[in-house]
Design a binder for this molecule. Structure first.
Ligand code: AMP
Ligand code: TRP
Length: 336
């Protein structure tokens, strides 16, 4: 058994406002990982175009996402940060994987079924093939670990299936069987208007989410208006069971303060929501305020971010080139 050196890869779509859910569920974990691991973080613009994107918006959102990641603490010196289309080897490997993955495997993907809905005949071929591109993103760097949310676990299983079939078909251990890294705390931040729905950029109400670019007043207003229930805050985690809004707000507090949910509950046992929301706002502003300010500062200078991404692109191309050469040699492509 070959052992592959630890390497982390993750991807995020440049499609719209970054919010507290993205920060607590993804970005913050990535920032922690880069201290201990060799990390590659990619803005997956090629995945984004599986559904229609306005070209100017896509460019703007890719820059905005890069600024958000750097503002949140991704260090573009130590960590590789780039947008996917800068490295054609993702698409090159994805083609080979399109020929490894089976129709039946992709047909089972729940995200495709949800996104395609009843209109299957009319969605792009790219939307169907998306998981093979995702597998290529990861395996073109032989990444061993991928931090993702629960919703991406199925795609990661498919990545392992593709790696295993490739290795078996050709009788060479070219690819590692990549493991997901799922983080325990605050993996699901819920809407501020409805504690049973995920906080999402696609929610029509801006009051449902805290955007990373919201200023202090806006953050305060959104928490003040956040839905609650008529009771005071409970003394135990068990009592949060049928109180999704209280559960969500305490979960957000715990995540921002780096406490366990038990500790956060103990801190506010018996308190009124109004008092708790005041403290939650202060905490959120102290964590998110500097990130939003830095993000706005970076966005004012697009040339600077573009240069960072160009540097990242150049470095990742150097990493993937030998892997593509190995794959092409393995499948029998003649390269005189
Ligand atoms: P998306 O905005 O859905 O493309 O997600 C980008 C990343 O943020 C993924 O890793 C998601 O798992 C994470 N994410 C998105 N929304 C939430 C949320 N409400 N709570 C926690 N994580 C989230
Ligand atoms: N599919 C992921 C999402 O929608 C984004 C993504 C693309 C990704 N390629 C990846 C995540 C590789 C992890 C690893 O959130």
């Amino acid at each position: 058994m070959t052992t592959f050196p630890n390497r982390i890869f993750s991807g995020i779509q440049p499609s719209g406002n970054l919010h507290l859910g993205n920060y607590l569920g993804a970005m913050r974990n990535w920032v922690k990982l880069q201290r201990d691991y060799d990390c590659i973080f990619c803005m997956v613009d090629q995945h984004a175009i599986t559904v229609w994107q306005d070209p100017a918006e896509l460019r703007r959102q890719t820059r905005e996402l890069a600024c958000g990641m750097i503002a949140a603490g991704i260090d573009p010196e130590g960590t590789l940060l780039f947008n996917q289309s800068q490295n054609p080897d993702h698409a090159n490997l994805a083609w080979v994987f399109n020929c490894v993955a089976r129709m039946g495997w992709l047909n089972r993907m729940t995200q495709f079924k949800e996104k395609a809905g009843k209109d299957r005949e009319n969605v792009s071929v790219g939307l169907f093939a998306y998981p093979a591109l995702m597998a290529a993103d990861i395996l073109v760097y032989k990444a061993t670990h991928v931090p993702v949310g629960e919703d991406q676990k199925q795609h990661l299983e498919l990545t392992r299936d593709i790696a295993q079939k490739f290795n078996n078909d050709f009788g060479r251990e070219v690819f590692p069987l990549t493991e997901p890294l799922i983080f325990g705390t605050a993996t699901r931040v819920m809407s501020l208007r409805d504690g049973t729905k995920k906080m999402s950029k696609s929610d029509p109400s801006d009051y449902s989410r805290i955007n990373l670019t919201d200023d202090v007043d806006r953050i305060a207003e959104k928490f003040r208006k956040a839905k609650t229930d008529p009771m005071e805050l409970p003394a135990s985690v068990e009592e949060l069971k049928d109180r999704p809004e209280a559960d969500n707000l305490l979960g957000i507090y715990a995540a921002l303060a780096d406490l366990t949910l038990e500790e956060a509950v103990a801190r506010f046992a018996g308190a009124q929501f109004s008092k708790f929301k005041g403290e939650l706002t202060d905490l959120a502003v102290s964590v998110l305020g500097p990130i939003g300010a830095e993000m706005n500062r970076l966005m004012a200078d697009p040339g600077h971010v573009d240069a960072i991404l160009a540097r990242g692109g150049e470095k990742v191309r150097a990493l993937s080139a030998p892997v593509i050469a190995e794959v092409y040699d393995t499948v029998g492509f003649l390269r005189p």
